[in-house]
Design a protein around this ligand. Structure first.
Ligand SMILES: [Ca+2]
Ligand SMILES: [Ca+2]
Length: 160
């Protein structure tokens, strides 16, 4: 994505509803950095397969973009609380992958402009050839998991 096509997310209020997102992925140019494995981007455990049909994704030195709609209503605040992950399924030959950079862009309702949410540099190896798959947590997130009690959030909502 060209730099002219996006703005910094700091310009948005945390209540802004986000409708679409783009994951931009740079594969390193070092030896064996490219992969033919399935790569997934995850938001709170919901995974999106990063794949363009009839295209060889994540080759050495490439920058690839993947465009999705959020599967549930998501504000900037929700995204700040979300766990974000990158996972290499790690199956088969040429599965090893060195991810040089991930950028997450989000588009709010209304203006047709992508905002840069976050950038993760030098993410590193997500498995080497012949290894099992590997998941890397990009953003830890604070959303309560299913069944877990989360006292601070419920007490703050009672105050309204
Ligand atoms: Ca590939
Ligand atoms: Ca493909």
């Amino acid at each position: 994505m060209d730099d002219a096509e996006w703005r910094a997310l700091d310009d948005l209020s945390i209540d802004e509803v986000l409708v679409e997102f783009v994951v931009s992925v740079d594969t390193s140019a070092i030896d064996e950095a490219g992969t033919d494995s399935n790569i997934f981007f995850g938001i709170d455990g919901v995974e999106f397969l990063l794949d363009h049909p009839d295209y060889n994704d994540f080759e050495r030195g490439d920058r690839d973009h993947y465009h999705f709609a959020f599967v549930r209503e998501m504000t900037v605040d929700d995204l700040n609380r979300a766990q974000l992950t990158l996972r290499n399924e790690g199956d088969g030959r040429n599965a090893g992958w060195y991810c040089a950079r991930v950028r997450l862009f989000a588009q709010p309702e209304g203006p047709a402009c992508m905002y840069l949410y976050e950038e993760w540099k030098d993410v590193g190896w997500l498995a080497r050839d012949g290894d099992a798959g590997l998941l890397r947590v990009l953003q830890v997130g604070v959303a309560p998991q299913a069944g877990a009690s989360h006292a601070p959030r419920s007490s703050s909502s009672k105050q309204r």
